[in-house]
Design a protein around this ligand. Sequence first.
Ligand code: NAD
Length: 483
Amino acid sequence: MPTAATTTIAVAYGDGIGPEITRATLRVLEAAGAPLDYDVVEVGEAVFKAGHTSGIAPESWDVLRTHRVLLKGPITTPQGGGYKSLNVTLRKSLGMFANVRPNQSFAPFVKTKQPGMDLVIIRENEEDTYAGIEHRQTSEVYQTLKLITRPGSEAIVRFAFEYAKAHGRRKVTCMTKDNIMKLTDGLFHTVFDEISAEYPDLEVEHKIIDIGSAIVAARPTELDVVVAPNLYGDVISDIAAEVSGSVGLAGSANVGADFAMFEAIHGSAPDIAGQGIANPSGMLNGAVMMLVHLGMPRIAETVHNAWLCALEAGVHTGDLHGPDSDGEPVGTQAFADAIIERLGQRPQTLPAVTYAEADQFRIEPQPSPRSEKALVGVDVFLDWDDDGRQPDTLGTGLEAENGDGLRLKLITNRGVKVYPDGLPETFWTDHWRCRFVATDEAVAAGQVVSLLGRLAQAGFDVIKTENLYTFDGERAYSLAQGE
Ligand code: NAD
């Protein structure tokens, strides 16, 4: 039974190495006197295989909702169609829009190419390609939808700035690919510029994600707090953890207005599961962030400093083992024992950690004001494989269906203009984007429907459409390459 002074949290042991590293972590928390009780929830592989395609049974949601904090071991998503990632489901269903991933190196005690690295990646957690909306559209072509929203971008960017302020950080770097994705990543960058103006004490910069990733790998000491959309944030945080010493080191906090989940950044490591050799540090560092979140900063410090002492003493699991290790690699539980022995000690060489009270900011995504929208055309996507795939044949056929306020402007294949005036060297797939634009200023939805009717009558296989809009008079769709 929980006593009055204890806090009950939900715990999921996870799959693969999950149970081993979670057990080790809970032993350290208990030894440090963390006043916690645990409500264990079953999630992951066994639940998937029992027929719950999201990896969580319906009754477990109530447990999570009751406690609002989850410490979670890594999960194996079974291969094959039909299974949705449990992590993505949890993060999105419970509104945990921010993923906080600190990455530090611990030279000279943990071998690293990047001594002095101390970087926090704030990854957007709900949007981007992780909407998981994918379709096969033709024999040759598959697509995924990348969704970036203004409320989502504002929430994560504001979170990053508030986090930087609360943790005494000096600089926030935004990473996107807005030279290519001018609307989606462009929105994220624009929101970053808007919100950064409210934080004049912080240095700000934007890096295109390709050079940004290279800097994470090669010169991470130039970075301090990084904020990025979901996919880039996912990729650069594994790079950052690996160059800091091991993917087994870093913990992660998933934070929303009403719920928080703490975990390691790595996965369930099936290749070493059950051997008792996994590094529990990532999970333990996730748990340390959880203690701060729960308003137990002194206990968080005690655990974190004891962990640093164990690293300094050369007590290393196999993934960290090197010339500076003391003796043979230790197993998961022996590493936990080494931390427990050092509770109350402070590191001698590595800087000791002090934690402030829990972050005093609460951010919720807010709806944006509505804009004035006008329909000015439609991109009609066709599955077309006739006549040697000659764009001119397709263009002529489609132009015969012009009328009722819409005319064919161009055709692209994989984004490149192929009609009119395409180049014979371009490779043509069976997937054609045919842009019809309003002959007057705007069209009504009915005129698009009537165009689709004419195309169907003429035997064209329409696989999808995207309306072309202006918002407040500004073009709100990308131009084709070559348009
Ligand atoms: P992984 O992170 O599990 O393993 C990558 C490599 O790092 C492996 O060689 C592994 O042995 C090593 N490694 C990982 N954690 C370690 C630790 N604590 N100590 C020592 N070595 C460690 O990545 P993967 O192999 O690509 O994925 C395995 C499974 O994990 C997949 O089913 C994937 O979907 C899942 N996954 C889950 C999460 C999560 O639950 N948050 C995150 C990523 C991947």
